[in-house]
Design a protein around this ligand. Structure first.
Ligand SMILES: Cc1cc2nc3c(=O)[nH]c(=O)nc-3n(C[C@H](O)[C@H](O)[C@H](O)COP(=O)(O)OP(=O)(O)OC[C@H]3O[C@@H](n4cnc5c(N)ncnc54)[C@H](O)[C@@H]3O)c2cc1C
Length: 485
């Protein structure tokens, strides 16, 4: 169903940040009618988040966006370097919780990308617009929301004309950021500290790549007493950012003139005759807050609307992407009649603990520093283990076998497996792949058994042999007649 004037949308998505765009794509891939409204005239040009995590890249890879993302990514390890100045040549490497290319190769068909949010967002928008069932409306601000047993009714203001339109949909997703109107209108509250710190950031251009030579990191923590700050790469060229905490009594970077900002950058870089070109300044406050609920009836919150994280750990945008992907496929399944509405309860049950973990990490002053081993389980979050089926060119990962429906991985292609899968009470399509005993076992199957996987790679059921009923958690994966209860 399309989301045009003649067909009301099935899902109204509010906000065209990473969360809203990903939710829209996850729904539209299933042909669900989506209307995405965004109050800005266009997507944001602020670079903001700098690193796309392993799991986020797996989702983007499955959607065919990996090459386009890498084209705008810096060729660096997603680690940091602590140094007095960029020119000093002395320093210590620190882990930021993201795997290096070598570490990622052991667990994933892809790896993190050091790419700025304003490179990723246009790619997501382009993909969303490609789906005929999706409609995107800019300059459109949600200002009111009500719900009843059958759906939601939103008041959406057209900002140029100031006219208000009523939009009816079966569900609404609040992807409208930290100050979410949808969250407020649904009566969902944030818990946790606000205004933990005030940070000021500058985006600038300067020829630092040559200066750094082989010290190719994503972030540089500058310890110079007159210019303590964090300098980060914002793309493949010489686009950079410098961020520092503002403390009462200090200069406010956002209010400083270009001469003063350039002086700070020169000191941090350690090159007195450097002439940085200043692109823009911005300020943001640190908060570590979590919504008390992720759902109220037919309304959901995702991304920053559900949790506010400081940039420590680089989890804000990535958690937003994962929330939106999770809710997107679950809502699509319910709307297609593939699953019961009970599946929707698993969105909050599965995603809020991750939100809590990442909020707490971001609130810890030492939260940026984690080893990849510590941080990866929270990023990959229980998806099936990656193994190459055919190494080399044209390689296929176990993750590539996952489709929009259910996937049964078996050790062998004994006919009994298709019959075992067919006995499950589900309307979702099931595709059977015989991958051999080692890979099936690594995916969690008993010796010569089989596992049934959801589209996100999580385990739904596990068999020891085709004729023995499986151990299953099929909550909501069985269909019912009506969505939304
Ligand atoms: C200055 C800054 C620096 C950051 N740095 C980092 C970083 O280094 N690492 C990191 O991981 N994260 C960082 N973040 C956080 C990261 O940008 C967010 O976590 C991420 O954008 C969350 O995505 P989202 O889609 O949930 O929300 P957003 O990106 O905030 O998108 C929400 C969208 O909803 C729209 N909207 C709001 N209200 C309405 C309404 N009523 N109607 C219609 N549209 C509406 C907004 O205009 C916006 O486009 C930073 C954020 C800021 C502000």
């Amino acid at each position: 169903m399309s989301a045009d004037a003649t067909h009301p949308p099935q899902v109204l998505v509010v906000g065209a940040g990473p969360a809203g765009l990903v939710a829209g794509i996850a729904l539209a891939r299933h042909g669900i009618g989506v209307l995405l409204v965004e109050k800005r005239a266009a997507i944001s040009t602020l670079s903001r988040a700098l690193v796309i995590s392993t799991r986020s890249m797996e989702i983007l890879r499955a959607w065919g966006l990996e090459a386009a993302v890498r084209a705008g990514a810096a060729n660096v390890e997603p680690c940091g370097w602590v140094t007095p100045t960029l020119a000093s040549g002395e320093g210590v490497e620190i882990a930021l919780g993201f795997p290096t290319a070598a570490q990622a190769a052991a667990v994933s068909p892809t790896r993190p990308a050091w790419a700025a949010q304003d490179h990723l967002e246009p790619l997501l928008l382009g993909l969303l617009r490609h789906y005929p069932s999706a409609q995107v409306r800019f300059d459109a601000e949600l200002i009111g929301l009500e719900q009843d047993d059958d759906g939601v009714t939103a008041a959406v203001r057209d900002r140029p004309s100031a006219g208000t339109q009523s939009v009816r949909a079966e569900f609404v997703i609040g992807a409208d950021g930290a100050h979410s109107a949808v969250r407020e209108l649904l009566g969902i509250r944030l818990e946790g500290p606000d205004n933990l710190a005030e940070f000021h950031a500058v985006q600038f251009h300067a020829p630092l790549t040559e200066l750094l030579g082989p010290r190719r990191y994503g972030l540089y923590v500058i310890t110079h007493p007159d210019a303590a700050c964090v300098i980060g790469r914002r793309g493949p060229g010489d686009r950079w950012g410098c961020a520092r905490e503002w403390r009462p009594g200090q200069d406010r970077l956002v209010d400083a003139d270009e001469h003063r900002i350039a002086q700070l950058i020169r000191t941090a870089v350690g090159v007195p005759d450097l002439h940085p070109r200043i692109e823009r300044t911005s300020a943001f406050s640190f908060a570590a807050q979590l919504a008390d609920h992720y759902r109220a009836g037919r309304g959901f919150v995702v991304g920053d609307a559900a949790h506010r994280m400081t940039p420590r750990g680089g989890t804000g945008m990535n958690t937003a992407i994962h929330d939106a992907y999770d809710l997107g496929w679950k809502l699509a399944w319910v709307l297609r009649g593939w699953a019961a509405p009970a599946l929707l309860a698993s969105y909050e049950a599965e995603r809020r603990p991750v939100g809590r973990h990442n909020v707490e990490r971001s609130g810890d002053p030492a939260g940026a520093r984690r080893t990849a081993e510590e941080a990866l389980p929270h990023d990959l979050h229980g998806r099936v283990a990656h193994h190459w089926l055919r190494p080399g060119d044209g390689a296929v990962s176990t993750l590539d076998l996952l489709g929009d429906g259910l996937t049964l991985l078996t050790a062998d292609d004994e006919a009994g497996w298709a019959a075992a899968a067919a006995r499950l009470d589900t309307r979702a399509p099931i595709v059977v792949h015989a991958v051999g005993a080692p890979i099936a076992t690594a995916a969690g199957a008993a010796p010569n058994g089989a596992v049934l996987l959801r589209p996100d790679g999580k385990l739904a059921a596990s068999w020891t042999e085709p004729t023995v009923p499986p151990t299953a958690d099929l909550t909501g994966l069985t269909p019912s007649m009506r969505a939304g209860s």
